[in-house]
Design a binder for this molecule. Sequence first.
Ligand code: MRU
Length: 365
Amino acid sequence: MVNLGREGKLRLSSSHTTEYATSLELDFFSPIRWTDNQFFLLDQTLLPQEETWIHCTDLEIVCDAIKRLAVRGAPAIGVAAAYGLAVAVGNSGPESFDAAYQTLMATRPTAVNLRWALDLGRDLEQEMPAKDLHAGLIAWAQKLHVEDAETNRRIGEHGKELFAQADRVLTHCNAGALATAGFGTAVGVVQAAFEAGRLGSVWVDETRPLLQGARLTTWELKRLGIPHQLVTDSSVGALMSRSLVDRCVVGSDRIAANGDVANKIGTYTAAVMAHRHGVPFYVAAPLSTIDRSTPTGNDIPIEERASAEVSMIAGKDMTPSGTEALNIAFDVTPAELVTAIITEQGVLRAPYEESIAAAFARAAA
Ligand code: MRU
């Protein structure tokens, strides 16, 4: 079992199992697969044109998939890293654990679910006999995989209560099943609201530079049969000024102790616009995305990525040669602009220090 410890840190219980499924059969869509004792990730860089699965036979392949966003989204990165530890130990033995932990930790800096999962894996490594470690890590990664989807279902159930009828919802980036082990956070809320008859349609912004909204969220909403329309990122102000947005719901890579939210670049802009136009701005995220050791948004490490991701589109240069772009991957939305944080432990509101502490306490009870 994965339990919340007394300080609210998620910890493994002492009774680790070494029993795992040779093929993990899931009744939900997941971008992560464990089949015939092999680990696969859906290559999200190729969507929506191609559905290709990467066979992750070694640690290097897993790290490369995380770095180049073949697997992306905070919870999905965490679960992929958990399987990555298992693959590394399977290939190179229990003594390779520390190096694998460090290598995975260095892949991406902002999504705290990566550190959360790796630290849980390290707890397990310290408590388990070395001879059992490989089986124990697989069993644990499978548990994380299933539990993440279950957590997201609960986020959806809580989140749908915030919706009225025929709501037009704006979401940014992709915080759907693809970004998690299953179901999604923001898109999970959208799906639950849709199934409850409370959602009219979804505005999907493109999410430059890598088009996670245009490529991935539209792909998911189409599969789910949820009405949606694509807009450019720069349309958000115009949409709101025309009263075409009733609510915003986004995911997060890390939420600081004070409720400041790091998420895909452009989230802050949407939140400022929502505030200006009186549109509720919700963040849907599991407790594993809340980092109580990071006091405020200013303390969250923000990833900067290659210039070419901005200056090129689909492999084609959009700028005169030599143009350098600053590619800030995430921004921070101050807590004061966040109407509510939707977690598996319910809907949290300001003051967030208190509501976050209460949510961790409920989870620990
Ligand atoms: O760079 P990405 O695609 O990994 O960024 C993803 C996001 O910003 C998501 O909104 C966030 O990770 C939450 S996913 C449930």
